[in-house]
Design a protein around this ligand. Structure first.
Ligand code: SF4
Length: 61
């Protein structure tokens, strides 16, 4: 199964991903976006978040 991975160095903390797919992305205590643990990342909202990231810094591994 593919898992989204965030390039923290490129992320501008625009919060589009956390708004579109809050079940998968959240801003952690350190102030970075992190990928939350899910059994399945196939949800359409997660794909929308990846596509709409303005910095293209979410990739699939
Ligand atoms: S959409 Fe992209 S740039 Fe915006 S907070 Fe999420 S990972 Fe960062």
């Amino acid at each position: 199964m593919k898992i989204p991975v965030i390039d923290i160095g490129a992320c501008i903390l625009c919060e589009i991903c956390t708004e579109l797919a809050p079940q998968a992305f959240a801003i952690n205590d350190a102030g970075f976006v992190e990928v939350l643990h899910l059994e399945d990342y196939s949800d359409q909202t997660i794909h929308e978040a990846v596509k709409n990231c303005p910095k293209d810094c979410i990739t699939w591994e």
